[in-house]
Design a protein around this ligand. Structure first.
Ligand code: PEP
Ligand code: MN
Length: 339
């Protein structure tokens, strides 16, 4: 449930409500909006004493929340959340950032060249996997910490913020040290210990949709991170498994307006994993922006034919440049901007 404070409630009254919640053996989660403050009550429903909170000074009303993702829900916060990645990239505002880069970090030269080319093409942040989740145990698993250092070199060379995947709770601190945003991949999106560990560190988190996950389950996964105290979560639709096999996955673009309806968190689209074919990426990227996506994450490789992973779905920097030019026009049509 959430406690909605009166618009004229004082700080002491909010603090008193927080104390009452803690006395009940529950966790308080205040959300300070521009108009009013609400305090979400987190924990065992049986401990919740609605009457005591309703009677507290400064309280306007107490509203039960029916969805199981209380902090992620729009019932708790009407205004859209804007998540900052590094100094120059924000997701969820008027501007729509494009995060671009190779599937894997293949070496310092490769990632620095990719970052420079993506920046030149108009990208706003760089992606690249240092820890790779691979279906086959004999496939390239990523350079690990060395890969993180290569990403840091790419950031130094371009000023672009770095988004990279973390696979296990024990790697969260090291990835958080080098990255500007931690990605949780589709195979790990219900790794609850990993979600908790990402909730307990300061960098923003890009949470991909599990390939067989409902949107409700995705929002509950995001709740693990939010409940840990990290409010900077970006939801990312990257396609789900269906019977269809002309694409690698089925990219569910209706996830964008539906997630916006259910949650205040920003929503990104990954048209690369969503389709598996570079030739399909530009159209799906434009469609995503038209559908209201708050950002895009796309795989771009300086030499896709020789990419170590996901070459078939990787665009060239030149085609990224062409895509961004057309995205600017689509964004304007829906009152957004790609700058
Ligand atoms: C990736 O971004 O390279 C990746 C592995 O993504 P996903 O988890 O969506 O498959
Ligand atoms: Mn990939």
């Amino acid at each position: 449930m959430i406690v909605v404070m009166r618009t004229d409630a004082t700080m002491e009254q909010v603090n008193h409500v927080k104390e009452l919640i803690r006395e009940m053996g529950l966790k308080d989660h205040p959300i300070v909006g521009t108009e009013l403050t609400v305090v979400a009550v987190i924990g065992d429903d049986r401990k919740k004493d609605r009457g005591r909170l309703e009677g507290a000074p400064g309280v306007d009303r107490v509203v039960p929340i029916l969805v199981p993702y209380k902090i992620a829900s729009r019932e708790t916060k009407r205004e859209r959340t804007v998540v900052r990645i590094g100094a120059n990239c924000a997701v969820g505002g008027k501007q729509i950032p494009v995060i671009a880069g190779p599937c894997s970090v293949e070496g310092e030269k490769q990632i620095v060249a990719a970052a420079k080319a993506c920046k030149e093409a108009g990208a706003h942040a760089i992606r690249g996997g240092a820890f790779k989740p691979r279906t086959n145990p004999y496939a390239f698993q990523g350079y690990g910490e060395d890969g993180l250092k290569m990403l840091a070199a790419a950031r130094d060379a371009t000023g672009l913020a770095v988004v990279t995947e973390v696979l296990t709770p024990s790697d969260v601190l090291i990835v958080s040290k080098y990255a500007d945003c931690l990605q949780i991949g589709t195979r790990n999106s219900q790794n609850f210990k990993l979600l908790e560990a990402c909730g307990d560190q300061p960098k923003p988190v890009l949470l991909k949709r599990g390939m067989s996950m409902t949107l409700g389950e995705m929002l509950q996964a995001s709740e693990y991170i939010l409940a840990g105290g990290n409010h900077n979560v970006i939801l990312c639709e990257r396609g789900i498994r269906t019977f269809e096999d002309h694409t690698r996955n089925t990219l569910s673009l209706s996830a964008v307006p539906e997630l916006h309806y259910r949650s205040h968190l920003p929503v990104m689209i990954d048209p690369s994993h969503g389709t598996g074919h570079a030739r399909l990426v530009p159209d799906m990227a434009r469609a995503a922006v038209a559908a209201g996506a708050d950002g895009l994450i796309v795989e771009v490789h300086p030499d896709p034919e020789h990419a170590w992973t996901d070459g078939a779905q990787s665009m060239t920097p030149a085609s990224l440049g062409e895509l961004i030019a057309t995205l600017k026009r689509v964004a304007l049509a829906v009152d957004r901007e790609v700058v």
